[in-house]
Design a binder for this molecule. Structure first.
Ligand code: ZN
Length: 221
């Protein structure tokens, strides 16, 4: 009973602070993914339409938000999610860390998008030639720690680096893929994300952005 009251109180606080969204107001995961794919196609073709960047959209969003996707991406200046998916205000809740490493603040931000704003889609977006992954490969393989807190990134990416050691293929590309997959699996361990998956109408997908073509290649989903 006490636990129920605490949960109810927490929900009320979240509603008050963040305006909790009703899941039925959201699109399906398939539609959300299609919207991202179509936006990326426009961007890659050099024909962006810059949707939802106008004053009318801005004003309509002043009372609340219901982003159709949560995107966790790298901080790399060449991969801003709103630009590569050709989207605008209120469309995506974006969390960015180097190598899309998930610490507690990042996880809490993602859980806010999934659990409170009821986003139907969570995307983990890696990218070609990721400096965080490259530096992690060197730091781990040569056992030479990176300076300051940068080393924490290498430690987080280490399982992906270990996985691709000895490959005859493209080590960096394979580690980037492995890192995306690892983070997808890591996020699925969150109780809030697991509950959303069990309830249906929610999906987690990984993808990798190609710096040359501008295309995002989504993993199997
Ligand atoms: Zn990167």
């Amino acid at each position: 009973m006490k636990r129920y009251i605490l949960a109810a109180a927490a929900a009320l606080i979240l509603q008050g602070a963040f305006c909790q969204v009703d899941a039925k107001d959201q699109v399906s995961p398939a539609v959300a993914l299609k919207m991202l794919q179509e936006g990326n196609n426009r961007y890659a073709a050099g024909e962006p339409t810059y949707p939802h960047q106008d004053a009318t959209t801005r004003e309509s969003l002043s009372s609340g938000q219901a982003p159709f996707a949560v995107v966790l991406s790298c901080v790399d200046s060449r991969v801003p999610p709103e630009i590569v998916f050709d989207r605008g205000l209120g469309d995506m809740l974006v969390i960015r860390t180097a190598g899309h490493v998930v610490d507690n603040a990042a996880l809490g931000s993602i859980e806010f998008g999934v659990g409170v704003l009821k986003s139907p889609l969570l995307v983990v977006l890696g990218h070609e030639s990721c400096g965080a992954v490259k530096a992690s490969i060197t730091a781990v393989d040569e056992q030479s720690p990176l300076p300051g807190a940068i080393q924490s990134l290498a430690e987080a990416i280490k399982p992906a680096v270990d996985k691709t050691r000895g490959t005859t293929g493209d080590r960096v590309a394979e580690t980037i893929d492995a890192n995306v997959q690892m983070v997808v699996e890591q996020l699925k361990k969150s109780e809030i994300i697991r509950t959303a998956l069990e309830n249906g109408s929610f999906k987690v997908v990984g993808g990798v952005y190609d710096l040359d073509t501008g295309e995002v290649h989504f993993h199997d989903h």
